[in-house]
Structures are given as structure tokens and as C-alpha cells.
Ligand binder design. Structure first.
Ligand SMILES: Cc1ncc(COP(=O)(O)O)c(C=O)c1O
Length: 191
């Protein structure tokens, strides 16, 4: 089978390093194999460095970015919870849909395509009524808008809310000062 070589220039998927492509062609080992455990330990340790955390439970998931986001929303939210979701495009709508699928009462704050959410709107919403979780999209691929994170992260933190950010197409750029406020931290395979 001859697969054409393409230079991928979009927000994702992107070309992996040749070492990664080569590793993908390596023979399989079982999930209880000592070698697998060694590779998993090493991967978890490297991911802790990427995510700037000491948390032992820093794991790679075999899933798409959407799979990772659903894992977060469905594990953190349950019926009776309140969630505030900032929507600046298609992927924001998907975050809201995931939160609502988890059974949460979702309060959305929307902006026109190309615009970003003013942190003051999140603050006002949380002052009106607390929420367990605040979610926004960092790089909203559907419009090209980049949502600044620091202020919203601090507001969520100060109001005792978890701060979830879809960084599926932006993690190399996300080492912003909002980093400490992100709980949990997830990125996707497209970066
Ligand atoms: C901002 C954003 N979030 C989430 C996703 C979903 O990622 P995946 O296609 O890996 O499920 C995409 C995909 O393009 C995206 O651009």
C-alpha cells in the first residue's frame, strides 16, 4: 500500500516526527508485558512535564480529542450540577452539548463568530449563581478566534469552579499564565 506523503499545515492533524511514525510500526507487546509498563511509566512521566503537574494520574488515552473532552465532561459532571460554557463557535456548542449529555444544567454565554467572551460575563454569571465547572474553547477552529484564558481561569478558580478548556488544536501555545487554573488538563492528538 502506497500512502502519499502530505505536508499538513492545518491546526490538526499534523505531521508527527519520523521517530513517532517509526515507533508506530514496531511489534506489539501485551498490556501486562514488563516492557509495556516501562514505556507507560516513561510516557506518564514525560506527560507530567508537558502538563506541568506532579499528579501521578497523567495518562495517554487512545481516543480523539472529542473522546478526551467527553471523558472529562462525563466524569466531572452529573445531574444536578451547574456548568457555564462560553461559546464562540462550533466547538463551544459541542462542549455545551457534552455538559448537557452528562446531565448538568448548562448556562451558555455566546458571542458572534470571530469574537471572544469577555471575562466579565463569566464573572457576572458566577456571581449570579455558582457553577461546578466553567468551560471554554481556547483556539476555536471554526472561526479562528483565540480565547484568552488567564482572566477566566482566575475567575473560575476564585469562584470554586473547575476550569475546562478545549485545547485540542492549541496545546503548544497554551502555556499561558492560566495554566495553574486548568483542572483537569487535557490536550488532543492534533497538536
Ligand atoms: C477546537 C477543537 N476541539 C475539538 C476538536 C475535536 O477533535 P477530534 O477531531 O480529534 O475529535 C477539534 C477538531 O478539529 C477542534 O478543532
Amino acid at each position: 500500500m502506497l500512502i502519499p506523503e502530505r505536508l499538513l499545515m492545518g491546526p490538526g492533524p499534523s505531521n508527527p516526527h519520523p521517530d513517532v511514525t517509526q515507533a508506530l510500526a514496531a511489534p506489539l507487546v501485551g498490556h501486562l508485558d514488563p516492557y509495556f509498563l516501562q514505556v507507560m511509566d516513561e510516557t506518564m512521566s514525560n506527560l507530567r512535564m508537558v502538563f506541568g503537574t506532579e499528579n501521578h494520574h497523567t495518562i495517554p488515552m487512545s481516543a480523539t480529542g472529542s473522546g478526551g473532552l467527553e471523558t472529562i465532561m462525563l466524569n466531572l459532571l452529573e445531574p444536578g450540577d451547574e456548568a457555564v460554557v462560553g461559546i464562540i463557535g462550533y466547538f463551544g456548542h459541542r462542549l455545551a452539548a457534552m455538559a448537557s449529555k452528562a446531565g448538568a444544567t448548562v448556562r451558555t454565554l455566546e458571542e458572534d463568530p470571530g469574537q471572544i467572551i469577555d471575562p466579565g460575563r463569566i464573572q457576572a454569571e458566577l456571581e449570579k449563581k455558582p457553577a461546578k465547572l466553567v468551560a471554554v474553547v481556547h483556539a476555536e477552529t471554526s472561526t479562528g478566534a483565540c480565547q484568552p484564558l488567564e482572566e477566566i481561569g482566575k475567575i473560575a478558580h476564585d469562584h470554586g469552579a473547575l476550569f475546562v478548556v478545549d485545547c485540542v488544536t492549541s496545546s503548544p501555545a497554551w502555556k499561558s499564565s492560566a495554566f495553574p487554573y486548568l483542572r483537569p488538563k487535557l490536550t488532543g492528538s492534533q497538536c
